[in-house]
Design a protein around this ligand. Structure first.
Ligand SMILES: NC(=O)c1ccc[n+]([C@@H]2O[C@H](COP(=O)([O-])OP(=O)(O)OC[C@H]3O[C@@H](n4cnc5c(N)ncnc54)[C@H](O)[C@@H]3O)[C@@H](O)[C@H]2O)c1
Ligand SMILES: O=c1ccn([C@@H]2O[C@H](COP(=O)(O)OP(=O)(O)O[C@H]3O[C@H](CO)[C@@H](O)[C@H](O)[C@H]3O)[C@@H](O)[C@H]2O)c(=O)[nH]1
Length: 427
């Protein structure tokens, strides 16, 4: 099948590479000229394990193309997938400005039947709104179908997730259009769920909202475990053994971040509010996440006796989780901002990124970052931090406190090196 994917970001680029690998011919278009230039020069603008090889292979095979001329690509292809960003607006609602701009380009170019697949995460009702948008722009109703096909990949494992999804959700009002979209996934062994468009849009928000709920639940329980001197990792292991609950997404930490969970929880709350529904549970989920950093900074403060300009805190990790270069809504960044707000001296290191942050001195290695520090916080669970030389850390640090913000470290190794260990909900 010939396909045009609009947006060459984490989702568009990964999906383009995987569909090309499945044998389709894919035009991946983005209006960001620099991004497309880099892609055409063999340089992948994001860090995603396995993506570079897949892109290169399919470019060489003549199945994957990167272009900036959106209109031309829209004219040339009869299957169009929208994978542009849907960031949070001021009030938390999803800002559909990029989606609208793609729809506008589609309206300008559409002269024969097209299937328009909404891959971007959009609020319930957006498919219907998009249909009306095109009709209002004078496009004849028989010239298009809009199909919702939400994406569930995780950054860091995006290629694996796209080849091995738990399910493929296709929301369509025309069964023939749903079948066409299903045939795009030929070669992927996964359950396919065909629903109405609005239900598909809800499934995406419902999934992310549930994942966020699981995380805030375990993070709140971790606070109580802390108070009782119990270990949340052991509690989570036992709770997760119940198949109805499941063991995944129960790792307590300094909170969830990334470009999706915080944004999609906020967007669902806003979408509900527009229909006069108050999502009290989800508001609490966001609230727990919002205060999680403060809770553990208080713990740190009690261990080193102060959090002010005389405190030197080293932070390991800046990305919102390991194996990605994405810092959107990263709790690690929020933590550094909270520390600098208290005038602490902050030295930091991340294996992939060093974003400019006022008051943060970036170092070129993990060990360099801990030199003379009173305390170390591990804010992202990079493998490199798990396997570091704790004897050397102890030798370089002035103080002896290690706060494991992701519960990924081996406490015994740290204590053996003469350091004091504190985790999230761990005694
Ligand atoms: N990142 C994830 O892990 C993930 C997973 C599932 C779903 N989603 C959803 O997928 C969507 C895309 O997310 P992302 O992380 O890939 O975003 P991103 O910001 O990485 O990429 C979006 C791309 O779209 C391009 N773009 C914007 N407007 C355009 C236009 N009019 N024409 C051409 N290109 C345009 C931008 O230049 C950018 O390169 C969002 O709705 C997000 O919620 C993201
Ligand atoms: O047990 C856990 C699991 C995750 N996290 C944190 O939660 C955040 C989100 O992690 P994850 O969900 O793995 O990252 P994303 O790549 O943002 O993926 C989520 O958001 C995507 C965009 O919508 C969806 O497609 C995915 O299914 C959904 O998992 C990160 O800060 C993690 O550190 C924890 O603290 N504990």
């Amino acid at each position: 099948m010939n396909l045009c994917i609009v947006g060459a970001g984490y989702v568009g680029l990964t999906t383009a590479a995987v569909f090309a690998e499945l044998g389709h011919t894919v035009d991946c278009v983005d209006r960001d000229e620099d991004k497309i230039r880099r892609l055409n020069g063999g340089d992948i603008p994001i860090y995603e394990p396995g993506l570079s090889e897949l892109v290169e292979q399919n470019r060489k095979l003549g199945r994957l193309f990167f272009k900036t001329d959106v209109e031309q690509a829209l004219r040339m292809n009869d299957v169009i997938m929208i994978a542009v960003g849907t960031p949070s607006g001021q009030d938390g609602s999803a800002d559909l400005v990029y989606v609208r701009s793609v729809l506008s380009a589609i309206a300008d170019t559409l002269s024969r039947y097209k299937i328009i697949i909404m891959k971007s995460t959009v609020p319930p009702g957006t498919g219907e709104w998009a249909r009306q948008f095109l009709l209002d722009r004078g496009v004849a109703p028989e010239l298009f179908d809009i199909v919702s096909n939400p994406e569930f990949l995780r950054e860091g494992t995006a290629i694996y997730d796209t080849f091995h999804p738990d399910r493929i959700v296709i929301g369509a009002s025309n069964p023939d259009a749903a079948d066409q979209v299903r045939s795009l996934y030929y070669g992927i062994d996964a359950a396919v769920l065909i629903t109405g468009r609005t239900e598909a849009e809800f499934i995406k928000y419902g999934s992310n909202a549930f994942l966020a709920t699981k995380l805030s639940f375990i993070n709140e329980l971790a606070r109580v475990c802390d108070a009782f001197g119990a270990d949340i990792t052991k509690v989570a292991a036992g709770v997760g053994m119940d198949n109805r609950i499941g063991s995944r997404f129960l790792q307590a930490g300094i909170g969830y971040g990334g470009s999706c969970l915080p944004k999609d929880v906020a967007a669902l709350i806003a979408a509900a509010a527009a229909k006069e529904q108050d999502l009290t549970l989800l508001k609490a989920v966001a609230g727990v996440n919002h205060t999680q950093i403060d809770v553990y900074l208080r713990k740190l403060s009690s261990m080193i006796g102060r959090l002010n300009q005389t405190a030197h805190v080293a932070v390991w990790g800046a990305t919102f989780k390991e194996n990605t270069d994405d810092i959107r809504s990263s709790q690690a960044i929020a933590l550094m901002e909270a520390l600098t707000k208290q005038d602490c001296l902050v030295t930091a290191y991340d294996p992939l990124v060093a974003p400019s942050l006022q008051g943060v001195a970036w170092k070129s290695s993990a060990l360099e970052a801990v030199k003379d520090a009173d305390a170390l916080i591990v804010a992202t669970g990079w493998e490199e931090f798990v396997h570091c030389d704790w004897e050397e850390v102890k030798r370089l640090m002035k103080g002896d406190v290690v706060l494991d913000g992701r519960n990924v470290l081996n406490q015994a190794d740290i204590r053996k090196a003469g350091l004091r260990y504190a985790g999230v909900g761990r005694p």
